[in-house]
Design a protein around this ligand. Structure first.
Ligand SMILES: C[S@@+](CC[C@H](N)C(=O)[O-])C[C@H]1O[C@@H](n2cnc3c(N)ncnc32)[C@H](O)[C@@H]1O
Length: 271
């Protein structure tokens, strides 16, 4: 087996690695819905959308989950007949994913360059909660799409730029910056560290790129129709109620109130 070196090309990616290494345990609880708080609710909604976009494997199919975290989708994918490949920059996340001990799943530590080895080989390429953090999001989208087979699928999530939660978040950051002379320079950075936090508008920013890359077929689902972005505990019954309400009200019509969206895009073969 070839031992691959982790090539860290950007300072901000190094910051992401540090951040996710430090928060891996807490993230695992939230993303797996093991706690009742606001971010676990949001993660569960996002996960539900992603799992609905993945049809059970026909024959031998592969899924590449870039930025797979603690292996959030790994069990679901292997149970649905896929061979699962997970890549993540955080060694702690990879360790947690490996501890799931899943058959037919392989996890490795890697940055964007590790996608090169999968060019044209993958049926489903998934990147959930990842693109916010990378230095060059459009370049990463291009690398992800180049991993898909001719009729491959891309499932990717984004923060929703032109939305009430986005504006509120930016306003709080602006105030925070004024009061505490914090290092946050603009809305593209997270609150307390120097990682990126990109957000996008689907129609004007993402769709043109996907079309240019040959992904003409797409479905889009919005989630988290709520202005709340700070995490806090919620009573279980409120959590479940809110989850159901959010599934009903988040849509293209209410997108201005939704903090995120997931896109499922497929290539259309040119005749
Ligand atoms: C918000 S978490 C999402 C985890 C999981 N995909 C999910 O849906 O819950 C973002 C993940 O991306 C990983 N990540 C961030 N930057 C990365 C990079 N440049 N290359 C690979 N993984 C990265 C982090 O370590 C973290 O596990």
């Amino acid at each position: 087996m070839i031992k691959r070196e982790l090539i860290m090309s950007y300072e901000s990616h190094l910051q992401s690695k540090k951040y996710f290494d430090e928060t891996a345990k807490v993230y695992n609880k939230r993303s797996g819905g093991l706690v009742y708080d606001f971010s676990s609710l949001m993660f569960k909604r996002r996960n539900e959308i992603v799992e609905k976009f993945i049809s059970p494997s026909k024959g031998f199919q592969t899924i590449l989950d870039y930025g797979m975290g603690p292996g959030v989708f790994a069990r679901f994918c292997t149970e649905n007949g896929f061979s699962f490949i997970g890549i993540d920059i955080s060694t702690k996340m990879v360790k947690m994913a490996k501890s799931l001990k899943l058959e037919n799943a392989n996890f490795e530590v890697g940055d964007v360059d590790s996608l090169n080895q999968y060019e044209g080989k993958i049926d489903y390429v998934v990147a959930i909660g990842l693109i916010d953090y990378v230095e060059e999001p459009m370049k990463v989208i291009k690398s992800l799409t180049s991993c898909t087979k001719k009729d491959g699928n891309l499932i990717i999530s984004f923060r929703n730029r032109n939305s009430l939660p986005g504006v509120l978040r930016d306003t709080v950051k602006w105030i925070w910056n004024k009061i505490f002379k914090n290092k946050i320079k603009n809305s593209e950075k997270v609150f307390f560290t120097s990682q990126h936090e990109h957000s996008f508008d689907f129609t004007t920013q993402i769709l043109p790129v996907l079309k240019e890359l040959g992904f003409d077929n797409y479905k889009i689902k919005y989630f988290n129709c709520s202005p709340i972005f700070f995490n806090f505990p919620i009573k279980p019954w409120i959590w479940h109620k809110w989850f159901k309400i959010d599934s009903k009200i988040s849509s293209s019509l209410t997108k201005i109130f939704c903090s995120g969206f997931v896109v499922h895009a497929t290539k259309v073969e040119k005749k």
